[in-house]
Design a protein around this ligand. Structure first.
Ligand code: SF4
Length: 381
């Protein structure tokens, strides 16, 4: 398995103190002994992967521990993960090592130890600074915990912090949503993810969707537009549909996904993409661990992306970024011109001003950013 260029590693920790009302991520109720048992399976999965690739010690550029709530890991558990990764991969070139954290799990002592283990970026799930909304969302923390946790992170030495925030929230006025965003900006994190709430199937919100007082499309659009203006005014560059960063603080790990470059995921439901093969792990923890105990990789499905599907996937991922899709890179990958392969679609989207094109790139217009999913559908075979 030859892997050139940069490689990103993702580790999934599927436990949370309580399930949020809108959450469709693979996450289960936390108990220390369950997490401990899961980490043992995870370490074994990394070891099996390692044996399969033999002496080929791959060089990694970014590590991202997501979930769930990975900040439930004890420093000892995190250490066992980083040590096992170290035996398999060359981590000397890692420039970004992120862990997702929820405010209620952040303590100075724990995060000081995380930092000593190489973590240099924290992505904190705040979601809102309005206590009423946090309750409706089913979050465990209140707003005071967000401020406290942010100061703890700074005190522990973290100079690269993301805050996750949502808009299009139930029972919230535009001014309440904007208040929340302004509170996040006041903390001056290096990165803000500002994204709209999606009502996903199999969530409590889906069941009560008719009773949720959700904003209409126009209000949602205004919350997004106003948010973009505030973030820009405060020195945050928008580099992806929902992501804004101070100069020099764009998420390298996520850019790896959006540039359609290789990544390997470990843990339940983790996805990997190598040499145009995409595969996903089992989502059921018992089945995941049972496969590993048999000495197998816990893969649920694998697909080889070829032809028009691979090309469309590449463009869609690239278009998420405000820089858009690089035509030269497309030609290098596929040996064809993007503007020839997708001529009809590009012409149509240009006519209705949803994408813009120059000699080197194809990108969403501002109008296109608001309806990105509709644009992406147009590229699908
Ligand atoms: S903290 Fe995140 S992963 Fe956990 S239940 Fe809430 S939304 Fe889902």
């Amino acid at each position: 398995m030859a892997i050139k260029n940069s490689l990103a590693l993702y580790i999934h920790i599927p436990y949370c103190i309580k399930k949020c009302n809108y959450c469709d991520f693979v996450s289960f109720k936390y108990a220390p002994h369950k997490l401990e048992a899961y980490v043992n399976c995870l370490l074994e999965e990394i070891n099996i992967f390692c044996k399969n690739i033999g002496n080929n010690r791959l060089t990694v550029s970014t590590v991202y521990i997501g979930g769930g709530t990975p900040s439930l890991l004890t420093p000892e558990e995190l250490k066992s993960i980083t040590s096992t990764l170290n035996q398999c991969f060359d981590l000397n070139s890692v420039t970004e090592f992120t862990i997702e954290a929820n405010p209620e799990t952040i303590t100075f002592e724990k995060f000081k130890e995380y930092e000593a283990l190489g973590v240099n970026r924290i992505s904190m799930g705040a979601q809102s600074f309005n206590d009423k909304t946090l309750k409706i969302l089913g979050r465990v923390h209140d707003s005071s915990k967000i401020y406290k946790s942010f100061y703890i992170l700074r005190k522990a030495g973290f100079k690269n912090i993301n805050i996750d925030l949502m808009f299009a929230l139930p029972n919230e006025t535009i001014s309440e949503t904007i208040f929340s965003l302004k509170e996040a900006v006041k903390l001056n994190p290096e990165h803000i993810s500002y994204y709209s709430l999606m009502i996903e199937e199999n969530t409590p919100f889906f069941k009560m969707r008719d009773k949720l007082n959700l904003p209409d499309n126009n209000t949602e659009f205004l919350e997004y537009k106003r948010g973009m203006e505030i973030l820009k005014k405060n020195g945050y560059e928008q580099y992806e549909i929902s992501n804004f960063a101070k100069p020099g603080f764009r998420s390298k790990h996520n850019i790896q996904y959006w540039k359609n470059l290789p990544y390997i995921g470990f843990g339940v439901s983790a996805a990997s993409y190598i040499a145009r093969v995409r595969y996903k792990n089992l989502s059921n923890i018992a089945k995941y661990c049972s496969e590993i105990k048999k000495g197998n990789l816990p893969i649920d499905f694998r697909e080889h992306l070829i032809g028009k599907e691979a090309k469309a996937e590449h463009i869609i991922m690239n278009l998420r970024m405000t820089d858009g899709a690089d035509k030269k890179l497309y030609y290098t990958r596929f040996g064809n011109f993007m503007e020839t392969d997708f001529k009809k679609t590009i012409d149509k989207l240009k006519t209705i001003k949803l994408i813009k094109e120059n000699k080197n790139r194809l990108a969403l217009t501002k109008k296109g950013l608001f309806v990105a999913n509709t644009v992406f559908m147009e590229f699908l075979p």
